[in-house]
Design a protein around this ligand. Structure first.
Ligand code: HMG
Ligand code: MG
Length: 302
């Protein structure tokens, strides 16, 4: 079995992670988190989202956060934009990439973005066109590709359909998300294979939440298919406000430890990453949700 030699990680902690936190976190803390992630060698960071502040109050400081980060050459900063209104606000903050986000489940699409899958594609179409015309890259996130909190198990054909529709409107790469973390390795592979019918390997990434503790196993299963792009969240921050019971994304620290141990290059300094996770966990008043971070923080105490 030939595993990829290098993996590209997108840390989604500042967005997917913090969006779910009830306690307000100030923009300065979010900016410092981004700073610490890039200092640790993370080269793709999902910074914030330009969604309705009534729906997700924690992301209301999106423009302030984007304006406050000291950009590092070679780092790609992405933001979520559900519609043209979001894109227009986002464009002023000069993201490198925008993310349109749909779902393989009708019920989740309704709950999350207040429209059907077909309507969401029509909403994304002008966003994608505007972004590409402005020279901004476009990623598409597909939620609930294995299971849905409302519809239960999701067939790979549903994933294939949304991947095809995203491809048709010009989305350049897609994230296959196990939003509620119910996936197991073979099921996750089937969801990824469905997307791979419409996208090249370099354009398909795994986005796994660790609710059932399966995210690292699923990451390995994705690597076995040849997938080498993944999203994870420092300190395992996160969840989804519209997916009850969904816990955080797989912790970036855990993924980096797994990859390093297998000799797969990430370009990330694990110690600095752990410091970044400790920083945001301290701000939230809790321990990191990362086995690796907690093990190595304990070891540091000697
Ligand atoms: P809507 O209510 O259907 O939108 O919301 P609307 O067009 O009817 O507008 C209603 C109001 O929202 C208006 O304000 C608009 O101005 C405002 P009002 O006149 O009532 O004062 N509005 C906006 N404000 C700011 N930015 C915007 C925007 N658009 C409309 N872009 C909408 C539709 C999509 C906006 C709404 O449903 C929403 O914001 N949803 C939040 C979705 C979200 O952020 N979910 C979490 C991220 S997705 C995720 O976590 C999954 C992922 O990680 C992958 C995975 O794990 O599965 C990506
Ligand atoms: Mg997510």
């Amino acid at each position: 079995m030939q595993l990829p030699q290098r993996v590209q990680l997108i840390d989604v902690g500042p967005r997917d992670g913090l969006q779910n936190e009830k306690q307000p976190i100030n923009a300065a803390t979010k900016i410092e988190l981004v700073q610490r992630l890039q200092d640790a060698g993370v080269t793709e960071i999902e910074v914030t989202s330009f969604v309705s502040p009534k729906w997700v109050p924690q992301m209301a400081d999106n423009a302030e956060v984007m304006a406050g980060i000291a950009r590092k050459p070679g780092v790609r900063y992405s933001v979520l934009t559900p519609n043209l209104q979001g894109f227009e606000a986002a464009a002023k903050t000069r993201p490198d990439e925008i993310v349109v986000f749909g779902a393989a489940s009708e019920a989740f699409s309704q709950r999350n973005i207040n429209c059907s899958i077909a309507e969401s594609i029509e909403r994304f179409r002008p966003v994608v066109q505007a972004a590409l015309a402005a020279g901004v890259a476009v990623r598409g996130a597909i939620s609930c590709t294995v299971g849905c909190p409302y519809e239960g198990e999701i067939a790979p054909e549903r994933v294939e359909l949304v991947a095809r529709l995203m491809r048709e409107i010009g989305v350049q790469r897609v994230d296959i998300a196990d939003t509620i973390g119910v996936g197991t390795p073979r099921k996750v592979q089937r969801a990824l294979e469905a997307a791979l019918k419409h996208y090249d390997m370099a354009c398909v990434s795994g986005h796994f939440h660790d609710t059932y503790g399966m995210a690292l196993a699923n990451t390995l299963a994705a690597l076995e298919l040849g997938v080498w792009n993944f999203q994870s969240s420092v300190a395992g921050l996160g969840g989804c406000p519209y997916a009850k019971g969904a816990t955080g994304n797989v912790a970036t620290e855990d993924v980096v430890y797994l990859l390093q141990g297998m000799g797969i290059e990430t370009g990330i300094d694990l110690d600095k990453l752990i410091d970044a996770g400790k920083f945001i966990s301290d701000a939230l008043g809790r321990k990191p949700h990362s086995r690796v971070a907690n093990a190595l923080l304990t070891k540091r105490l000697g």
